[in-house]
Design a binder for this molecule. Structure first.
Ligand code: FES
Length: 161
């Protein structure tokens, strides 16, 4: 988002106004901003603070605590590898390491071309198909290290079409 332009300020003000009658509007405001922009940088937190009177430190605390919120832009494809117990014992650490190696990013980072973000997840409720990987909400079951390259290639191809 960089420096906020007039249109962005107007839109964010609009989101804040939606919840002006709520007693505790912060989560609702931040959820809508996350949904519409994909991330919540500091300048947006400052704007929310100005408009609502909620201190920036408190807003920052919420944004950085919940993994749903992001401080930086995410890639077009967000790869979440479950590291919950069931997935872990079935080798999900090796799977995330392979994504990491092939994409050249650590968990929490986004590839330079902006295509992929890699995230480590806690149990996503799909333990029966461990190790589970979720990409933009699509869940892959029993993912093995050998499949990782193919999965990445299929998204690269999709992005080129
Ligand atoms: S531990 Fe991975 S889905 Fe439950």
């Amino acid at each position: 988002m960089g420096r906020l332009n007039g249109a962005a300020v107007k839109q964010i003000n609009g989101i804040i106004d939606r919840y002006k009658d709520e007693e505790t509007p912060l989560m609702l405001i931040l959820s809508d901003i996350q949904k519409e922009y994909g991330y919540i940088p500091l300048e947006v937190q400052e704007l929310v603070s100005e408009k609502t009177g909620i201190p920036v430190a408190e807003i920052y605390g919420v944004v950085s605590f919940y993994s749903y919120f992001s401080l930086t832009p995410k890639g077009k494809y967000v790869i979440g590898v479950c590291l919950g117990t069931a997935c872990y014992v079935k080798g999900s650490q090796n799977v995330i390491d392979k994504f990491s190696e092939l994409l050249n990013i650590k968990p929490g980072e986004t590839s330079e071309d902006g295509l992929f973000t890699l995230d480590a997840l806690r149990c996503i409720g799909a333990c029966g198909i461990a190790p589970a990987v979720s990409i933009n909400g699509k869940v892959y079951s029993k993912v093995s290290v050998n499949q990782v390259q193919g999965i990445i290639d299929s998204y690269r191809q999709e992005a080129n079409n």
